[in-house]
Design a binder for this molecule. Structure first.
Ligand SMILES: [Cu+2]
Length: 128
């Protein structure tokens, strides 16, 4: 009997309730984080060619895409902005909150643009 108890003790130690709780508590956030990562990755793939406008800033400020790519600008500010190419290749109307503007880049080149309402807001699309 004594030998049986001493044999079981290491197994019991491995499955202490405390440890099981720790594993359960830790695996919850890890699984959640993995699911969140998968969702974010899918979202980024779907919206890969998006320039966001937030807090008077184009993000990313410089964006390189392939010829034929459609780039979409989305205004997340609660005031209007627009998107104007310095060489007049494209020009959006004023975009209200959550409005978007898309332009397809058929030719390679560097397209500097700015917001006509706030000219200090500037960005660049490089098409290769
Ligand atoms: Cu603006």
């Amino acid at each position: 009997m004594r030998s049986l108890v001493s044999h079981l003790r290491p197994i019991a130690a491995r499955f202490t309730p405390g440890r099981a709780v720790v594993v359960a508590v830790l695996s919850g956030p890890i699984v959640g984080a993995l699911l969140a990562f998968g969702t974010v990755a899918a979202e980024e793939t779907k919206e890969a060619n998006v320039v966001t406008i937030d807090n008077f800033t184009f993000t990313p400020p410089e964006f390189t895409v392939a010829v034929g790519t459609t780039v979409k600008w989305i205004n997340h500010d609660d005031i209007p902005h627009n998107v104007i190419n310095k060489d007049k290749a494209f020009r959006s109307k004023a975009l209200d909150t959550d409005d978007s503007y898309s332009f397809t880049f058929a030719s390679a080149g560097t397209y500097d643009y700015f917001c006509g309402l706030h000219p200090h807001m500037q960005g660049k699309i490089v098409v290769k």
